[in-house]
Design a protein around this ligand. Structure first.
Ligand SMILES: Cc1cc2nc3c(=O)[nH]c(=O)nc-3n(C[C@H](O)[C@H](O)[C@H](O)COP(=O)(O)OP(=O)(O)OC[C@H]3O[C@@H](n4cnc5c(N)ncnc54)[C@H](O)[C@@H]3O)c2cc1C
Length: 405
């Protein structure tokens, strides 16, 4: 009997590695719907999209690694169902694979927009390596790129396209880009960054359809009838967790697949990791599902240890993610959902894009984000975990070391 992992992305691979690193020498089967061997997604909207990294730079392991470590990687293999009664997964062609323990690592898919015109050539989404290849080819041949959605992916693509020399328009329905994640003030700083680089950032706009000619995208129509001309349209309106398998298998769900601190689902033989896992964060005293690279990276080894019944197998990291846009680098630690913070404190200079932003509630730190300032993540994490109330004036004062707070 094998341990079976469904989904050969970052979380799936880290689980397979974790099983071997913990000394497990039984069979490990890693099933991935994509034809490529596992690769990393953040470069797909950054270095790889800009041509600064090649495919070898995004693969998570060499092709030889899987055989050398006895991991039976089957690419191009989608799991169609889980038969919990028989403890088997069922592949699309009907083949069944028995499992001793099953780890679900099925990740997310790019959301689609329910508007006319998305089938036109030149309308693209970004989730996979192939998507990134298509987008790069499109950006290099396009003179005008429209990005629908001013979220993380949309802004990173805008930066890559602008850097490649295209005219870029970002179309965002909210009052600022990234507003749901960061609020209007920090969102405005990101809008300013893109405008400084020549991006036409249009806010509060409603996209009605994508217009085309001869099957090719030609522009994006807005609610007021204006058409933003573009030969490449990137739809960057977020991602949705791939929880269909878990749902059909009647595992407990809560936004994603509900797991405990050992990443175990409501079925003790099934674990879930990465983007799909709705995890209990002891330090935050809440359950959250986040779509962050670090969660996929860190949940895999914990799930592997839990599968093997190792005692230290609990997940206790804080949410953490990063972005790179032009020469701006950022790290965000913790979690402040829309409307959850009652105070925003900024230490540094928003206009120069060099600052740390802190989101507080009742004086307690929920989240911190460092922009072009480094080596403060540990301090931010410590302040969040301590749960103590902070003096906003000292927090804002760059002369007070975070270590002294
Ligand atoms: C372009 C891009 C840029 C990003 N940049 C950042 C960033 O800067 N910072 C950050 O923190 N995060 C970033 N992320 C998010 C981060 O990459 C994800 O959180 C991470 O990839 C999640 O890993 P995962 O293994 O859970 O899922 P995924 O990476 O989505 O992998 C899941 C895999 O499972 C496969 N699968 C799904 N269903 C089945 C099935 N039924 N059978 C078999 N296989 C299946 C899928 O095909 C996929 O290959 C980015 C994401 C994208 C797309």
């Amino acid at each position: 009997m094998s341990h079976v992992i469904v989904g050969a992305g970052l979380a799936g691979v880290r689980t397979a590695e974790g099983l071997r690193e913990a000394g497990y020498d039984g069979e490990v089967v890693l099933l991935g719907a994509e034809e490529h061997r596992p690769y990393d997604r953040p470069p797909l909207s950054k270095d790889y999209l800009q041509g600064a990294t090649d495919q070898d730079g995004v693969f998570l392991q060499s092709a030889a690694w899987f055989g050398e470590h006895g991991v039976d990687l089957r690419t191009g293999t989608a799991v169609a169902a889980i038969d919990r009664g028989a403890a088997e997964v069922v592949l699309a062609d009907g083949e069944r694979i028995g499992y001793e323990r099953l780890v679900l690592a099925t990740g997310s898919s790019a959301r689609r927009l329910p508007i006319p015109g998305t089938e036109l050539d030149g309308v693209l989404h970004l989730r996979t390596l192939d998507d990134s290849d298509r987008l790069r080819a499109g950006i290099l041949s396009a003179s005008r790129v429209a990005v629908i959605g001013g979220g993380w992916i949309g802004l990173e693509v805008a930066a890559a396209a602008r850097t490649a020399g295209a005219e870029v328009t970002v179309l965002e329905a909210a009052g600022q880009p990234l507003e749901a994640a960061l609020g209007p003030r920090i969102g405005a700083a990101f809008a300013a960054l893109h405008r400084e680089h020549g991006v036409d950032v249009r806010l509060g706009v409603h996209v009605t359809d994508i217009v085309g000619k001869g099957g090719l995208a030609r522009g994006v129509r807005l609610g007021n009838g204006d058409v933003v001309e573009a030969d490449v349209v990137l739809v960057g309106v977020g991602a949705a967790p791939n929880i269909g398998l878990a749902e059909a298998a009647e595992l407990e769900l809560d936004d994603g697949v509900l797991v405990d601190e050992r990443l175990c689902t409501s079925d003790p033989r099934i674990h879930a990791v990465g983007d799909i896992a709705a995890i209990w964060y002891p330090a935050l005293e809440r359950r959250l599902r986040v779509e962050h690279w670090a969660t996929a990276q860190n949940t895999g080894p914990v799930a592997a240890a839990a599968v093997l019944g190792l005692p230290a197998a609990t997940y206790d990291a804080l949410p953490y993610f990063f972005t790179d846009q032009y020469d701006l680098g950022m790290e965000y630690t913790g979690y402040a959902g829309p409307g959850e913070a009652d105070e925003l404190v900024v230490r540094g200079d928003l206009e120069r894009h060099e600052y740390v932003a802190f989101w507080l509630r009742g004086g307690r730190l929920l989240a911190g984000m460092n922009v072009n300032i480094w080596d403060v993540t540990e301090d931010i994490e410590r302040l969040i975990r301590s749960g103590g109330t902070l003096d906003p004036r000292r927090l804002a004062d760059p002369d007070v070391s975070l270590a002294d707070l």
